[in-house]
Design a binder for this molecule. Structure first.
Ligand SMILES: NC(=O)c1ccc[n+]([C@@H]2O[C@H](COP(=O)([O-])OP(=O)(O)OC[C@H]3O[C@@H](n4cnc5c(N)ncnc54)[C@H](O)[C@@H]3O)[C@@H](O)[C@H]2O)c1
Ligand SMILES: O=P(O)(O)OC[C@@H](O)[C@@H](O)[C@H](O)[C@H](O)CO
Length: 382
């Protein structure tokens, strides 16, 4: 079995590549990082260490790599022969891989036209659907209808905390022991071979919303509030009791939405929150607030981890003040080397915070959630 995986970064090597390899796939990573591509190709394996007490290390084998910059035709050929294509490049990068993926699909249509699953493992609602739209935009009518007959793009939710890596070995990844990969089985081609370790569900929305609006909402809240208090890592931030209780407040707000909307058991969801806060604190990890808060414009967008649950809470007459505080803290996220942070700060300087909130969240100035964000923003500035 063959897999092509776009993005040999932290989650690509530390989770998706690992699981696919353990399931018996030969994994071909595709990346723009030439050093990582060369090393994967040369060694054909890499180590993954679990951030737990005994720090178990597994060697991921049967891997290779191609450059998405210089080897587009080889990548297309690999896609034409693969059983599965996965991505973990970042949702805003999907547009850059759509062309080569479309090339691979065209080649496959002219050849085996065997069933192909394409799964975007990004932190986004409907990531694979977004990728499909980008790929289909590059295909003509005939190729699209051919692709319809053999390719499926099931949406997915992926969960495993993998911080930035700093080791002498550029391939080594340290990951938390916990993982969850949930795939929408209703979008799979009938007769598919399940991947061990993947949880297939016929209705993904409760799973992706629970993950994004708990793990990621809590995570970015800790990052934004933590940055404001001068903490450099999530672990430092989570040692601050006041901050932790603010993060918990946020998760109680999103939890109320999730419980009401999806019928999650209240006690069970409360345990889920406890477990996530414990994962954030994992002393065996060093996870920088700058990584977790990265791309604040994406995180403030209407369909993402802050605005979406706040709007759903508003629609249901539930509380969203703590979510508004996290959004206000996101507006203050001013870190070097993050182009979205720079754009946000430039917009605040040029247009003011109110217009900036409207521009990036889509919330009109007279919307209650917008007003609440502004109140919290002014409060945080004091
Ligand atoms: N790290 C985590 O804890 C985690 C957990 C769950 C989901 N995710 C999601 O996984 C995705 C990747 O996150 P990450 O933390 O692994 O980031 P990362 O930066 O470590 O990895 C992204 C990789 O994509 C590569 N890339 C960039 N442009 C590319 C292109 N055009 N073609 C091929 N490769 C390209 C980069 O070189 C990099 O190796 C994001 O959507 C993130 O939200 C991350
Ligand atoms: O990857 P992002 O930028 O969407 O979010 C940053 C972190 O919250 C995220 O990477 C988590 O570590 C991950 O989603 C845990 O499953």
């Amino acid at each position: 079995m063959k897999a092509v995986h776009f993005g040999a970064g932290n989650i690509g090597r530390g989770f998706i590549g690992l699981l696919l390899s353990q399931a018996g796939y030969e994994v071909c990573f595709v990346d723009v990082n030439e050093a990582v591509v060369a090393e994967l190709k040369r060694r054909g394996e890499y180590p993954v260490t679990l951030a737990s007490e005994d720090r178990e290390t597994v060697t991921v084998q049967h891997v290779t790599a191609l450059s998405s910059v210089t080897q587009a035709s080889e990548v297309a050929a690999a896609i034409a022969e693969a059983d599965i294509v996965t991505t973990a490049v970042g949702v805003s990068i999907l547009k850059h891989i759509a062309g080569v993926l479309a090339g691979g699909i065209r080649l496959r249509a002219a050849g085996s036209a065997a069933p192909l699953h394409v799964i975007a493992c990004e932190n986004a609602i409907g990531g694979s659907a977004q990728l499909k739209e980008l790929v289909y935009a590059q295909l003509d009518e005939e190729s699209r209808s051919s692709a319809d007959s053999f390719a499926a793009f099931p949406n997915a939710a992926v969960d495993r905390i993998v911080p930035l890596q700093q080791h002498d070995d550029i391939l080594k990844v340290v990951v938390e022991p916990f993982y969850e990969w949930v795939v929408d089985s209703s979008q799979m081609i009938p007769g598919y071979t399940p991947i061990p370790g993947v949880h297939y569900v016929d209705h993904l929305e409760p799973y992706i919303e629970r993950k994004l609006f708990t793990v990621n909402t809590g995570h970015c809240s800790a990052a934004y509030l933590g940055e404001l208090r001068g903490y450099e890592t999530i672990q430092q931030a989570m040692a601050d009791e006041r901050l932790t209780s603010q993060v918990r407040e946020v998760l109680e707000e999103t939890g109320a939405v999730l419980i009401q909307k999806h019928g999650f058991d209240e006690a069970g969801h409360s345990k889920y929150i406890d477990k996530i806060l414990e994962r954030f604190r994992n002393p065996a990890l060093t996870d920088e607030t700058s990584r977790v808060g990265r791309s604040p414009i994406r995180k403030l967008s209407a369909n993402d981890r802050l605005v979406s649950p706040a709007l759903q809470a508003y629609d249901r007459g539930l509380r969203y003040a703590a979510l508004a505080r996290s959004m206000a803290a996101a507006l203050r996220f001013d870190v070097q080397d993050d182009p979205e942070s720079a754009e946000l700060q430039a917009s605040i300087a040029a247009n003011g915070p109110g217009a900036t909130v409207t521009r990036y969240t889509g919330l009109a100035a007279d919307h209650s959630v917008h007003r609440s964000v502004m109140t919290e923003y002014n409060e945080l500035k004091k």
